[in-house]
Design a protein around this ligand. Structure first.
Ligand code: AMP
Ligand code: MG
Length: 487
């Protein structure tokens, strides 16, 4: 056994073996001068990986795919997808590889995946590379999401490659090592369905059931149960995004998982001032993926999943469509219920309150916030103090103080639970101006701002002295924030 195999957990190749039609065996490109920029030690431990080893040159080789155990079978995965509503039959991992699966301490498998590992046969016009800023951005935001309790792919490491990559300017290259409960996407099913091979769709669905929804195997109609489980997971996920003010930015069907984890942190952003129309991505010209559209887009994407699964839902296509439509209606109900429950928790409402008490309070607060473009995260966090009788920090955030005071009086009459509020309203999120500051420094070689920001956002509910600047909105001169895709 070589040193790599001896020190690393086994990388099995389940997907590669089971789905040769959807996987191209491929190798990561050699890296001229690898530098480990950030390593997620707690995650490494959960995966049974030794951090001392991962920091060694063999370990960095494992993290970047250049020194794998001899029996590893890295592959580029095939998938299709609707991008901004337009169907692309062959997307796939153009600059990414699935190295294989490892066992997590929870007993489930995790995919270990690379982003920026070189051009694959799915690369089309792209260079197959990634750069330091966006890979650290994915690391930072995915770990923040995880710490917020929101299902997400995880980030194990970012390694600088020492290679220069041409973007708008020349930038330093990097590889992200990503960990996910799987990389099955809505687009994976679209790809399988488009081959016309129903058996492939069935095998993929069986694989998804085994990895994510084993209870569906026991259902009378397992594939309908799979669809319903995905829809329920996405209803809960998107509600969580909305409650925390997260805008994914590129909700194409290839960027929506079957597991219900958030995936592909490209042009994403957290809202500062509350505006349901918020769009950050420079390529989203029509606002298709605006904050307020996310639930409807998720439903649209799920309809594409249902179409791909139709032959499995019922042998009679009319019946299959009926079943899919009924299940999609459940998505709306589940989303609304998850959002309402989450909003009630954010406002500290205790159980037993009637909707006609809580609902007007929620609606009026959101209207006040929208009118005043009030910082979403700061206001909810400061309401925890207001619930304890210190309304001043919240009052300072709202332009219409008279209306706000009246609202606070009515709200406090419901005895909101301040401690419970502090457990769901984060003090620290990856605010856009802080993310940009940390990434600019890291791109220039200074990783300190990144590690300070990581420290704040990976303990988001734990307000700490000295971290005040991480808890406030963007300065006035930060301007209109724009994010860029595909970098
Ligand atoms: P994304 O917008 O990151 O979800 O990527 C959409 C598609 O474009 C996927 O098939 C990616 O593999 C591919 N892609 C993105 N950037 C690159 C790149 N630099 N080189 C090759 N393929 C890329
Ligand atoms: Mg993607």
């Amino acid at each position: 056994m070589n040193a790599v195999a001896a020190s690393a957990a086994t990388l099995s190749g389940h997907f590669a073996r089971k789905f040769p039609e959807m996987a191209i065996a491929w190798r990561a490109e050699e890296i001229p001068d690898p530098q480990l920029l950030v390593l997620n030690e707690p995650l490494a431990a959960e995966l049974g990986l030794d951090t001392g080893f991962l920091r060694s040159s063999d370990g960095v080789g494992l993290l970047t795919g250049s020194r794998l155990p001899a029996d590893a079978t890295p592959v580029a995965q095939a998938y299709a997808g609707h991008q901004f509503g337009w169907y692309a039959p062959r997307l796939g991992d153009g600059r990414a590889l699935l190295l294989g699966e490892v066992a997590h301490a929870d007993g489930q498998l995790r995919d270990v995946h690379l982003k920026g590992s070189g051009r694959t046969p799915f690369g089309r016009g792209g260079d197959g590379l990634a750069v330091v800023g966006p890979m650290l951005r994915e690391y930072l935001v995915s770990e923040a999401m995880h710490a917020l309790g929101i299902p997400s792919t995880r980030s194990l490491a970012v390694v600088g490659t020492g290679r220069l990559v041409q973007r708008e300017t020349v930038l330093p290259g990097a590889v992200l090592t990503r960990v996910a409960t799987s990389h099955l996407r809505v687009g994976s099913f679209q790809y399988a369905a488009a081959t016309g091979d129903t058996d492939l769709v069935r095998r993929l669905a069986d694989y998804a059931i085994t990895r994510h929804y084993p209870a569906a195997a026991e259902a009378e109609n397992s594939y309908l149960a799979l669809f319903q489980a995905v829809a329920a997971a996405q209803a809960s996920l998107v509600a969580r995004w909305m409650l925390v003010g997260f805008v994914h930015g590129v909700m194409n069907t290839d960027n929506m998982t079957i597991s219900g984890e958030t995936i592909d942190y490209g042009p994403c952003a957290f809202m500062d001032g509350f505006d349901p129309a918020s769009v950050y991505s420079s390529v989203d010209e029509t606002g298709r993926y605006a904050y307020r559209n996310q639930p409807v887009v998720a439903e649209w994407n799920l309809a594409r999943l249902a179409e791909s699964l139709l032959p499995l839902l019922h042998e009679d296509q009319e019946k299959a469509i009926e079943l899919a439509v009924e299940s999609l209606a459940d998505f709306r109900r589940q989303y609304s219920a998850a959002w309402a429950a989450g909003m009630n928790a954010k406002l500290g409402f205790r159980g037993g309150l009637e909707d006609d008490v809580t609902w007007p309070l929620v609606e009026e607060l959101l209207a006040l916030m929208q009118e005043g473009h009030v910082d979403y995260t700061s206001l909810f966090r400061s309401l925890g103090k207001a619930a304890r009788g210190q309304a001043e920090p919240a009052r300072q955030l709202v332009p219409d103080v008279t209306a706000f005071d009246a609202w606070v009086d009515r709200w406090r009459a419901q005895s909101p639970d301040a401690d419970a509020m502090d457990r769901v309203n984060p003090a620290y999120i990856p605010r856009n101006h802080l993310v940009e500051e940390a990434l600019a420094a890291a791109t220039g070689g200074d990783l300190d701002p990144l590690s300070r920001l990581l420290n704040a956002v990976t303990h988001p509910f734990d307000e700490r002295p000295g971290l005040e600047r991480y808890a406030v909105g963007a300065p006035e001169d930060f301007g209109t924030y724009r994010t860029f895709c595909g970098t």
